[in-house]
Design a protein around this ligand. Structure first.
Ligand SMILES: O=C(O)c1cc(=O)[nH]c(=O)n1[C@@H]1O[C@H](COP(=O)(O)O)[C@@H](O)[C@H]1O
Length: 285
C-alpha cells in the first residue's frame, strides 16, 4: 500500500503556492438571508457550492463549520459531504471544523468519520478539543498520520470564555494550554517541513506568553468579525508567524454571493497576511 504524502508537507506547499489563508464556510442564517437564499437545505447547498466554486481553486484551506450543516439534519450532512469532496477535488485542503473530543474508544469513531480515507466525510484535517485529556485524542492522531491527514487541536481559543480553562494552571505550574502545546510539539518532533498536528490559537489574543514553537501549523481564527486584523499576527505569534494559517469566515463570506467579490476579498486578505508575515520575518531570515 502506498503511503499518502504527509499533511504537513501538503499544507506547507499549499501555503507557499496559494498563500497562507483559510476561509471558513459558515452558512449562518443571517448570511443565507443576506445572499438572498432561504434558511433551508436548498439555501445551504447553494451557499456552500458558490463558496467552493469561488475559492477552492485558489485558497489554501477551506474550513466548513459542521454545526451550520448539522442543524439541517441528515440532508445538511449530505451537503457537507459534497462540499468536502468538491472542495478537495478543486484543489483546496479541507479542514472540517467539528471540534470533536471524547474518551478514546468513542474518539476512535470520530476519527473514522473524518480521517478514514474511505469515509464519506474524509477530510484533509479536522479540529479536535483536547480538554478530555490530550491522550484521549490518540486514535485520531494515529489515523491522521496513517492517511496523510492532519488534526488541529484547540489550545488558546479566540473567545474570552476560553481563558478560565485554558489559562488555568496545571500541578507543574504550566498553563493547561501550554500542556496541550507541549503535547503537540512532542507529536510533531522531527517532522519536516511541518508536523501533522496543528494548534488553534486565536488571532484576537495579543501576546499569549505561551511557547508556540510546536513544529506544526497554527490555525488563527478571529480575523474579521471577531475584531483581529492581519497586522495583529506578529504580536500573537512572534517567530512562529511563518507557520500561521489565519482563518476567516464572515469577514470573507459577507462579500458574497458574487463569486468575483468573494475571490477579491480572499485575495486582498491573503495579500495583507503575506505583507504582515513577511515584514515580521525579515529579522528571522
Ligand atoms: O477552530 C476554529 O476554527 C475556531 C477556534 C477558535 O478559537 N475560534 C473560532 O472562532 N473558531 C471558528 O472559526 C470560525 C470563526 O468565524 P468568523 O468569526 O466568522 O471568522 C467559526 O467557525 C468558529 O467556530
Amino acid at each position: 500500500m502506498s503511503r499518502a504524502e504527509p499533511f504537513g508537507a501538503r499544507l506547507r506547499r499549499a501555503m507557499d503556492t496559494r498563500g497562507p489563508l483559510c476561509v471558513g464556510i459558515d452558512p449562518h442564517a443571517s448570511l443565507l438571508s443576506a445572499w438572498g437564499l432561504g434558511d433551508d437545505v436548498a439555501g445551504l447547498e447553494r451557499f456552500a457550492r458558490t463558496t467552493v466554486e469561488a475559492l477552492a481553486d485558489r485558497v489554501a484551506v477551506l474550513k466548513p463549520q459542521s454545526a451550520f450543516f448539522e442543524r439541517f439534519g441528515s440532508r445538511g450532512v449530505a451537503v457537507l459531504e459534497r462540499t468536502v469532496a468538491d472542495a478537495r477535488a478543486a484543489g483546496a485542503l479541507v479542514l472540517t471544523d467539528a471540534k470533536r473530543g471524547d474518551i478514546g474508544s468513542t474518539m476512535a469513531a470520530y476519527a473514522a468519520t473524518y480521517l478514514d480515507a474511505g469515509s464519506p466525510l474524509f477530510s484533509d484535517a479536522v479540529t479536535l478539543s483536547p480538554y478530555l485529556g490530550f491522550g484521549s485524542l490518540r486514535p485520531a492522531l494515529d489515523l491522521a498520520a496513517a492517511n496523510g491527514a492532519g488534526v488541529f487541536v484547540l489550545a488558546l481559543t479566540s473567545n474570552l470564555e476560553g481563558a478560565e480553562v485554558q489559562r488555568a494552571t496545571a500541578p507543574d505550574g504550566r498553563t493547561l494550554a501550554q500542556v496541550v502545546l507541549d503535547h503537540i510539539a512532542a507529536e510533531n518532533a522531527g517532522a519536516e517541513p511541518l508536523g501533522p498536528v496543528g494548534a488553534v490559537v486565536g488571532a484576537t489574543l495579543g501576546d499569549t506568553g505561551a511557547d508556540l514553537d510546536v513544529n506544526g501549523p497554527l490555525l488563527a481564527p478571529g480575523i474579521g468579525a471577531q475584531g483581529a486584523t492581519p497586522a495583529d499576527l506578529p504580536a500573537v505569534f512572534g517567530a512562529a508567524v511563518d507557520r500561521v494559517v489565519p482563518s476567516v469566515s464572515r469577514g470573507i463570506l459577507r462579500h458574497g454571493p458574487g463569486k468575483g467579490q468573494l475571490r477579491e476579498a480572499a485575495e486582498r486578505l491573503r495579500d495583507e497576511v503575506r505583507a504582515a508575515v513577511d515584514h515580521r520575518n525579515e529579522g528571522f531570515r
